[in-house]
Design a protein around this ligand. Structure first.
Ligand code: SAM
Ligand code: SF4
Length: 335
């Protein structure tokens, strides 16, 4: 940072008083899977030059870190298909102020990368894990192999790249009946399962038919048999509700972007692979940081651009059926 006047570095706060602490960085819009809920068919991918370089990503992360962001999550597309991903982790883990550097991945390439990611400073992982059924998994991901995911998870554990959370997108008639089995699988292996309400982000998908709320899930006897629901009373208003397992083997997370919005406490920003800083997942409000950086913006210019877009963060983003037509799909934004 060239200019260090205290006012320039005041916290990054939006017009509703929310202070930004968390940046999700999409390293690529490419993926080795094509999950039906995430990646529309015929979506063009960005060229190498259209994507931010790691130095550009690090510059943005350093700037937002100087404004109070302390948590970064690498996502995608599939972050592990971006060439040189370990170098990127190394670069970001050394940035002052970033105390938590995590990654969301489909785990397929973890057998190759887990040890190096750990050594480069990655703190923890979230792994997409939507079904325990091999045939169903292949159908969901357009040919992905569940055995490779499980191998990746095993290697991550062996290499000490833990803790690991398993992310399951809830889809009625597809995996909702598997919730108890996924809870048991996760608890048996020391992972924390998290069940996420399906968001209508992908084109042409019958979202309404597949959507199931966390409340409906928590009514089911097989789920109630495993989870201590008394802890519900102490629910705070963060993005996740964590409830303990009755048998003491950890906890289960529930993410309710549709049925119980958590916008009041939203402290997130998202950087797309092509350098747009998005201020709200379901809103297309953003700022083109790549264009600014490549046009020679100083750090002070970038801070001003970032502050301005943060001031445009909506009080509450809307997920409606109409959002199916939004400009960007989940695979581009990074979840
Ligand atoms: N490829 C990585 C993976 O699958 O973990 C990271 C990128 S993926 C876009 C990030 C997260 O978004 C995943 O946990 C995925 O399940 C979630 N996701 C994608 N589309 C979603 C949707 N329509 N509703 C809810 N979650 C979604
Ligand atoms: Fe790829 Fe992850 Fe999206 Fe599946 S959820 S298509 S693995 S980016």
């Amino acid at each position: 940072m060239t200019d260090s006047t205290p006012d320039l570095l005041r916290p990054l706060t939006d017009s509703f008083g929310r202070e930004m602490k968390y940046l999700r960085v999409s390293l690529t819009d490419r993926c080795n899977f094509r999950c039906t809920y995430c990646r529309p068919e015929n979506k063009e991918v960005k060229t190498h030059d259209e994507m931010l370089s790691f130095e550009e990503v690090a510059r943005v992360v350093s700037i937002v870190a100087s404004l109070g962001v302390n948590k970064v999550r690498l996502t995608g597309g599939e972050p592990l298909v971006r060439k040189g991903v370990v170098d990127c982790v190394q670069l970001l883990s050394g940035i002052e102020g970033i105390t938590d550097l995590a990654m969301t991945t489909n785990a397929v390439l973890l057998d190759m990368y887990a040890a190096r990611l750990k050594a480069a400073g990655l703190s923890r992982l979230n792994v997409s894990f939507d079904t325990l059924d091999h045939e169903r998994f292949s159908r969901l991901t357009a040919g992905g192999k569940l055995s490779e995911v499980i191998k990746g998870l095993n290697v991550a554990v062996e290499e000490g790249l833990v803790p690991i959370k398993l992310n399951t997108v809830l889809m009625r008639g597809f995996n909702d009946e598997e919730v108890p089995a996924i809870i048991d699988f996760a608890a048996d292996h020391g992972f924390t399962p998290r069940f996420i309400e399906f968001m209508p982000m992908s084109d042409g998908l019958d979202w309404k038919k597949s959507y199931i709320s966390v409340d409906e899930l928590l009514e089911r006897d097989e789920v109630r048999a495993r989870i201590d629901l008394t802890a519900m009373e102490s629910r705070d208003h963060t993005a996740s509700l964590y409830l303990p397992l009755k048998d003491g083997r950890g906890e289960v997370g529930f993410i309710t972007p549709i049925s119980k919005r958590f916008c009041d406490h939203c402290n997130r920003l998202r950087l797309t692979a092509d350098g747009r800083l998005r201020v709200c997942l379901p809103s297309d409000e953003d700022a083109d940081l790549k264009k600014a950086m490549r046009a020679g913006a100083t750090d002070e210019d970038l801070i001003n651009i970032i502050r301005n877009v943060v001031l445009r963060k909506p009080e509450s983003g809307e997920y409606t059926y109409e959002t199916l037509g939004r400009k960007r799909s989940m695979v581009e934004i990074g979840g």
